[in-house]
Design a protein around this ligand. Structure first.
Ligand code: ACO
Length: 333
């Protein structure tokens, strides 16, 4: 039977660095508060308006294709994971495929927030194994900076998120034992209102009333403590499950790439799994939470830093809005 593999990865972040001190000029917060609770020192924001998630994904996609030794014309499907699409519709996958110059190639948007990359990986894995498509480009890309509230009401969310993109190319594994061993997905809508952007909403007429606008219900709202509790329970659970199903134990894992929501979540999850810190990928200090982009950015940076190489057994896990959570074990090509 065929196995799918991640054949290449790439990433791109905007050049504009925004430090915690920069944010403390916009709203009541401090470097101390942010760093102590989240580990974040700085994040990247787009340099000007008019840049969408697909623009950030474009250079990351080219980098992934180059590493995979594939041409743009080899891509026969695009999956785009984002919660901050260029526009409300159509999906950002259509924009990215157009910018890549591949008319007619199918483009699917995945709306699963922080778990969006792993949901996309599951789809790509199934497509390649079934022989539906041969070279599936996955993009995880976000522009959060234009959708947050930089004031006292929104500060708990606004300090967490950054802009960025990561891409991988998924194709047929070339060697035995390598590739995507499994991807496990979960969701529980009991937590839907614990982290959400409520409006514009099709269940209201109009979808965004002046009152809702004044209340800021078009901005993300989060019950941070609840999200923290769930994340530190569900990420270890799904990580144990995928490692066991891959026929491995935690000590076999060469590198753990957790979703980057909070340094304390990463450390707690790694400790529960018994994975030492030198085998955990962190980029939260530099980029904040880039949602669907955190894991592919982590993979791309780790490849280039030599932390992941041929044959590396990589564990990924994510938790986010929905609630949704997911895990995967892959062996690098
Ligand atoms: N600066 C200063 N003070 C702040 C800020 C800020 N940016 N934000 C909130 N506060 C204040 C609050 O008003 C509150 O004040 P009060 O006690 O007077 O009411 C206080 O700080 C809350 O502080 P803590 O209780 O210490 O907050 P907590 O320990 O819950 O940490 C945090 C908050 C960092 C958000 C944490 O809950 C967390 O990381 N949660 C998980 C977040 C997460 O993972 N979200 C993303 C999932 S990704 C996705 O799918 C999109």
């Amino acid at each position: 039977t065929k196995r799918a593999a991640i054949l290449g990865s790439g990433h791109y972040v905007p050049t504009r660095v925004v430090t915690n001190d920069d944010l403390s000029k916009l709203m009541p917060t401090s470097d101390e508060w942010i760093h102590q609770r989240t580990g974040i020192r700085e994040r990247r924001f787009i340099e000007r308006t008019g840049i969408g998630a697909s623009d950030l994904a474009l250079p990351a996609a080219k980098m992934a294709l180059e590493q995979a030794g594939r041409d743009v014309k080899d891509v026969d499907a695009v999956i785009f994971a984002t919660l901050s699409p260029d526009v409300n519709f159509p999906g950002s996958g259509c924009f990215l495929a157009h910018k890549l110059g591949i008319p007619g190639v199918p483009a699917l948007d995945v709306r699963n927030q922080c778990s969006g990359f792993l949901y996309s990986l599951s789809v790509a894995d199934a497509w390649v194994r079934a022989g539906v498509y041969k070279n599936v480009l996955i993009a995880g890309a976000e522009v959060h900076s234009t959708g947050m509230e930089f004031n006292e009401r929104g500060r708990d969310v606004a300090v967490l998120f950054g802009d960025g993109a990561g891409c991988v190319l998924v194709g047929e594994a070339t060697r035995d034992g390598q590739g995507i061993h499994n991807v496990e997905l979960h969701a529980d809508g009991v937590g839907a209102q614990e982290l959400w952007v409520e409006a514009p909403a099709s269940m209201y007429i109009p979808r965004l009333t002046p009152e809702m606008f004044d209340e800021g219900r078009h901005f993300p709202r989060m019950n941070g403590k609840q999200v923290f509790r769930w994340a530190t329970e569900k990420m270890p659970e799904v990580a144990h499950s995928v490692v066991r199903r891959a026929g491995l134990t935690m000590t076999d894992i060469d590198m753990f790439v957790p979703h980057q929501a909070n340094m304390r979540i990463n450390q707690l999850v790694a400790a529960k799994l018994g994975i030492p810190d030198d085998r955990v990928v962190h980029n939260i200090e530099r980029y904040g939470n880039t949602t669907a982009a955190t894991i592919p950015i982590g993979i791309s940076e780790s490849w280039r830093a030599g932390k992941i190489g041929p044959g590396s057994r990589v564990l990924m896990a994510a938790f986010g809005a929905g609630f949704t959570w997911a895990g995967s074990v892959t062996v690098s090509r």
